[in-house]
Every structure is written in structure tokens, then in C-alpha cells.
Design a protein around this ligand. Structure first.
Ligand SMILES: [Zn+2]
Length: 140
């Protein structure tokens, strides 16, 4: 039982206070590589890291998950949605509106295009082009 306490009394190491970073850093991080290599060689840092790991696990196990009654949860999410709507924070809704407006304008453009294809002026142009085509065909 006294073994860990004796370990604590080993020579101090300047990296011990940073060893917790091994729990957060990505494995590709240069600092992670340095601390990881160091931790394997340093008894003090290794012991401290083990302590952090245990505390981290304990925190995950013992932190209670908040319980909210169903009606309160519904009221809360309703009010949150309303707040987002009023403040214009709902990105998805805004994007949906933009997409809908874009599609409507495309639809309108398409309608205008089709209407123009069959407008009186275009029918005159088609008639002229047909006469010109037939005329050129028989004249040449
Ligand atoms: Zn160390």
C-alpha cells in the first residue's frame, strides 16, 4: 500500500504538471509524442498520469445525468425553438428559406422562358425563320 507514496517522493519532474495533456491531445500532436515517450520512462509522470486517468474515469461514472420531466423538456425545447426563430438563429430554417426562394426564382425564370418561347414576337420570329429557310433552300 505504501508503494505509491514512496513513488511520489521520487525526484520531481518538470513535465508532471503537463502530463494530463496526454488525455486530451491527439496522437498526431508533437507534444503528445514527446509526453508519451517521456511518460514511459518517468515513474513520477507515469504515476501522475495513472491518477489523472482514474480521476477522469471516476468523473465520467459519477457525474449524474440531468433528468428533466417530459412536459418541462417539451416546454423548454419549444421555448428554445421560439427564441431561435425570433432571433433568426435557426440556420437550417434560414437555409431552407433561401433554398425555397432560390427555387421559386428559378421556377419563375423557367416560366418566363417558356412564356417567351410562345409569345407573339417569338412566333413571328419562327415564322420569319421558316420563310427564310424555305426561301434560301429553293433559291440556292
Ligand atoms: Zn516526468
Amino acid at each position: 500500500m505504501k508503494e505509491p507514496f514512496r513513488r511520489e517522493e521520487l525526484s520531481p519532474c518538470i513535465h508532471t504538471k503537463n502530463i494530463y495533456a496526454l488525455l486530451d491531445l491527439g496522437k498526431r500532436d508533437a507534444m503528445y509524442n514527446f509526453l508519451s515517450t517521456h511518460e514511459k520512462k518517468c515513474v513520477r509522470c507515469s504515476s501522475q498520469l495513472q491518477k489523472y486517468k482514474e480521476e477522469n474515469l471516476a468523473a465520467k461514472v459519477f457525474i449524474p445525468k440531468p433528468f428533466m420531466p417530459k412536459d418541462l423538456r417539451e416546454t423548454f425545447s419549444g421555448e428554445l425553438a421560439e427564441l431561435f426563430r425570433v432571433a433568426g438563429l435557426n440556420e437550417i430554417e434560414n437555409q431552407k428559406k433561401k433554398i425555397k426562394a432560390g427555387l421559386l426564382s428559378l421556377d419563375h425564370l423557367g416560366e418566363t422562358y417558356i412564356n417567351n418561347l410562345f409569345s407573339k414576337n417569338m412566333i413571328r420570329v419562327y415564322a420569319f425563320a421558316l420563310i427564310a429557310f424555305i426561301g434560301l433552300r429553293f433559291l440556292t
